[in-house]
Design a protein around this ligand. Sequence first.
Ligand code: HXC
Length: 259
Amino acid sequence: MSKEYTFIEVSNQASIGIIKLNRPNVLNAINRPMVTEIVKATEAFDRDDSVKVIILAGNGRAFAAGADIDEMAEAGAIEMELLNQFTEWDRLAWVKKPIIGAVQGFALGGGFELALCCDVLFAAHDTEFGFPEVGLGVMPGAGGTQRLTKLMGKSKAMEWLLTGDRMSAQEALHHGVINRIIAKELLLEETLKFAHKIAQQPSLSLRLIKESVYKAVDYSIYEGMQYERKNFYLLFASHDQKEGMRAFREKRKPNFKGE
Ligand code: HXC
């Protein structure tokens, strides 16, 4: 029987779907088949009603030390254009369920960009983020210049992107790039605990909150608020809204169904 995934490991823990990058010999360098697998596994969890939250994790010395340099070193511009590889990465932005990143060791280049595709980021003390592309004669191509700038503002993002310097977990926390720093040996456990906590919430609310927060990133405040309002109204069509509010009034725990 052929194994479904070669470059990642996929598992479930109750309502949490876990994807671990798995090319430890090359510090989880991200080749194109690995991206295809990450997207496939993430979308499969997104469609699976039993999964509420997705975790994306590294292993050993790295979350990921970047896109696979061996794969692209000799590529030409037209070949890259025709490959159009980033449309696969873009699909991660369409995933409706929350994605929590558990990051450790190196999170460089494409590895940092992959981390920035997550909705919430937990990092071990030893994590080193950075965009070393400038030193390779290139630049980020999977959203790095855009997402980092939206997170920390133009001036700060310029500094990290132009120097290629490594950012410690502490600096990343300070700049609002990550949510929490966690001891490495507890990283997955604490991430799972957080994932289980939000998995208790009604899934339609999680879905529409996530969608609305990204509108705040991309839209003007007025357009974003119109969007938020429509999602708020939409939730009044759900069982879970009626149940949540009735349970409050009846002083009991709600029984959410995800519909
Ligand atoms: C291919 C990589 C790799 C990468 C590490 N390796 N990073 N292979 N692509 N991005 C391989 C090494 O060649 C080596 O293989 C093995 O992993 C272990 O790495 P070492 O260098 O021996 O480890 P160490 O000395 O501890 O240094 C770790 C490191 C260094 C500082 C992270 O490996 C490094 O600088 N890596 C490249 C980081 C980088 O430039 N990333 C950006 C890539 S461009 P062997 O076979 O020798 O044991 C990019 C563009 C994104 O990401 C565009 C959009 C996707």
